[in-house]
Ligand binder design. Sequence first.
Ligand code: MLT
Length: 264
Amino acid sequence: MIALCDGIEIAYDDVGSGPPIAFIHGFPHNRSLWSPQLGALVDRARCIAPDLRGFGESSRHGPYTIDQYADDVAMLLEELDIEHAVVVGLSMGGYVAFALWRRHRALVRALVLADTRAGADTDDGRDKRRALIDVARTRGSDAVAAAQIVGMIGKTTRDKRPALIDDVHRMLARANVDGIVGALEAMMARIDSTPTLATIDVPTLVIVGDEDVLTPKSESQILHDAIRGSKLEVIEHAGHVSNMERPAAFNHVLSEFIASLDYS
Ligand code: MLT
């Protein structure tokens, strides 16, 4: 489906019924990242999964900032008459979830922060993003996908489920260069969300794959320590895309969390 949000086309899935959950993908993903969750939760929740602008079937118009991505998600939820949603963000989607919390707090019923971090980019991290922008512009999205896939999948999945590497690689390679460059610039410019953590007063679940090398467990521990009352779940034998690598384990902790929320 496509919604027009402030003149921008945002493509999204909207399946199931029950408490609304908004799923926000990472970089350079698209909403298909969340297929294993939508399939499993459809009987229990209304699952909304947008393509962030520049990705999937959404419009490629800028500006590209983390705040703009958050505003797009907020506009989509408002368009769909959703007053509050559980916001699930993976990696860059987590950066967007922090911005949603800062800018559209009333929309956020609860947070699920998967394989993400609070801190801004380091100087070294920004240099790496500039190099990747150069790769995107000179060699295209396939080369970006080849560079990103290396850290994206955990060791166990690489050894035991090599077919998943091809699936994830295909998803990454579908990203277009405008969206890739826009997201890299957005992430380079993002603010440090560490001070935000102490302001979070909605139920929060932090999830991380124990083989995540891009946003390692230590980053999730920082989130868990700083967000009052949060829960930390470590998915064993999963890397950065823990929701795809161990979907049953991920869906189990997510479902338990949703069931624990009071909707009376
Ligand atoms: C992601 O998966 O969204 C990226 O690893 C986030 C990042 O590069 O900071």
